[in-house]
Design a protein around this ligand. Sequence first.
Ligand code: FDA
Length: 307
Amino acid sequence: MLGPVLLAAARSDAIRRAVSAAPVTRPVVDRFVAGEHLDESLPAVRALTDQGLDVTLDHLGEDITDRSEALRNRDAYLALTDALSAQGLGPRAEMSVKLSAFGQALPNGHDIAYANVLPVVEQAAAAGTTVTLDMEDHTTVDSTLAILAELRKRFPQTGAVVQSYLHRTEDDCRALAGEGSRVRLVKGAYDEPATVAFQRKRDVDRAYVRCLGILMTGDGYPMVGSHDPRIVAIAQELARRAGRKPDGYEFQMLYGIRAAEQLRLVAEGHRMRVYVPYGTDWYGYFMRRLAERPANTAFFLRSLATR
Ligand code: FDA
């Protein structure tokens, strides 16, 4: 029951102000967010790559309400691309973007988001890295996949995310499993209605396995975005059956979640990419992490109580 409440709170400005201002929030946020500024976050990135982990960086921001914010977010990603290139991190570090941070929800937002993300994808390619389009709530999926298709005409390495909780996703996986595609499969982190999404965890997990089967037997590059130990084991088995070598797919987990498991998989010879968020606009991301796991919320509430 707590999950939907936290996901609703993730969209409330009043709760955002209260949570952001509470002094105890910061140490809990630090567990999931590498820093408020790029300079602070790069040492965390370097520490991960030094341990054999790959990364995908997310400059936090979503659901912006005016065009100037979209331009600021675009510029933040252009600066990030420069920094990755200057640090020689290009091949090890890619970027994840939320199109709502690029203006997707504004009037004529589809075109605005495409116009803002294109220079980032171009500059990423020039720097030897790439971009994956995060997936947000279900109302954005058609627009995001259409932007992906447009970007992939010139930059076929551009990646997409699909969410197994959506009824449509098996079909999307079939459409996206072609040669050269890069698809991150996740369970999904938004509060979605039963008309479009499975509601029971068991059904979401089963759909995940079906979708993973499609991606593993396809011709693209599957990216297994999950912390779930059963999913990690099933992915290895599906990859083996499909004749994929460890460099034919990768695991992905979030910064600060199951860090020991991330290193264990690398030690076993797997490719593991850590999703590293940074920036000041961490509220929505943080609340979704609390919603995923009661233990995280308990940890947060305990730190409030012991103040
Ligand atoms: P699940 O939630 O079933 O948990 C399985 C186990 O994993 C738990 O028992 C626990 O051990 C561990 N675990 C999971 N979450 C944890 C947490 N927050 N803290 C501590 N332990 C935890 N979603 C989306 O809608 N759009 C997107 O673009 C992305 N992008 C994305 C990128 C990457 C790299 C990852 C790993 C995830 C996303 N997600 C996402 C989030 C995703 O949809 C999902 O909400 C979370 O990954 C949680 O689901 P799991 O598959 O990890 O397992």
